[in-house]
Design a protein around this ligand. Structure first.
Ligand SMILES: NC(=O)c1ccc[n+]([C@@H]2O[C@H](COP(=O)([O-])OP(=O)(O)OC[C@H]3O[C@@H](n4cnc5c(N)ncnc54)[C@H](OP(=O)(O)O)[C@@H]3O)[C@@H](O)[C@H]2O)c1
Length: 222
């Protein structure tokens, strides 16, 4: 049985990833920051629920110690920025927090899982189209955009070393999805988005390491 670790799994895309990974036969370690949320309703012996704030090294370490080998890491946890409308409104304290959660914390989690990664493992970074510099036409969403661009570069900067460990890297835009973050007008359900993400994970191999694609496999320009 393959083993997966999903961050931010109590709601939204992370919860749906947990459900579909369980359906696909994975042993899932699902983590939440403060409330178990939808994880509490899942009855499945292959589900292991852990409290883990992705900013907290000690909490990450405790979770990793309970897993012997990992085939799939999904760095999913993320936060939005302050919906600032102009440069002068950017709150730097919150901007740093967005960068910390969305860009630095996935690296912290990845660092900690290295010793337990299996050969032919996959590391998924839930990025965003908003991290694409070439797609940044409307501007704004300053910190969120910058955080996802930084996540992409952190990922690519780690790629060669991960290749050497037999671990392949998938950087993915889940689409615009109906969640607390995506809002009610988003065109995609979590089910549709995650079905696509699951297909991308299934087809992923070492020769695809470092690709930046949408949930449906369409390449995203950097
Ligand atoms: N929805 C979209 O349209 C869309 C589009 C592009 C990319 N994405 C990306 O997809 C991922 C999931 O987003 P979503 O739409 O499912 O958002 P969501 O419904 O707002 O869920 C975000 C998840 O991240 C968790 N989280 C936030 N900060 C955390 C921390 N410090 N430690 C641990 N967990 C933390 C939240 O936990 P709490 O419940 O404790 O807050 C929650 O489980 C994010 O990386 C987001 O940037 C989403």
């Amino acid at each position: 049985m393959k083993t997966a670790l999903v961050t931010g799994a109590n709601r939204g895309i992370g919860l749906e990833l947990t459900l579909q990974l369980l359906d696909s036969g994975y042993d899932v370690h699902a983590t939440y920051r403060s409330s178990k949320g939808g994880l509490e309703e899942i009855q499945n012996s292959a589900l292991n629920i852990h409290q883990m704030d992705v900013r907290n090294k000690e909490e990450i370490s405790t979770v990793i110690k309970s897993i012997s080998s990992l085939d799939l890491l999904i760095n999913n946890a993320g936060i939005a920025d302050g919906h600032w409308q102009s440069i002068s409104e950017i709150d730097m304290e919150h901007a740093l927090e967005v960068l910390n959660v969305n860009a630095v914390s996935p690296v912290l989690v990845t660092q900690q899982v290295l010793p337990i990664l299996s050969n032919q493992s996959t590391i998924v970074m839930i990025s965003s189209l908003m991290g694409s510099i070439s797609d940044c036409r409307s501007g704004r969403s300053y910190a969120y955009r910058a955080s996802k661009t930084a996540l992409n570069m952190f990922s690519m900067a780690m790629k060669n070393e991960l290749d050497g460990m037999g671990s392949s890297l998938l950087i993915i835009h889940p689409g615009w999805v109906k969640t607390d973050m995506g809002g009610p007008n988003a065109p995609l359900s979590t089910d549709e988005s995650v079905r696509g993400i699951m297909q991308r994970i299934t087809e992923q191999n070492m020769s695809m390491s470092g690709r930046y694609v949408q949930f449906d496999g369409t390449p995203v320009e950097w």
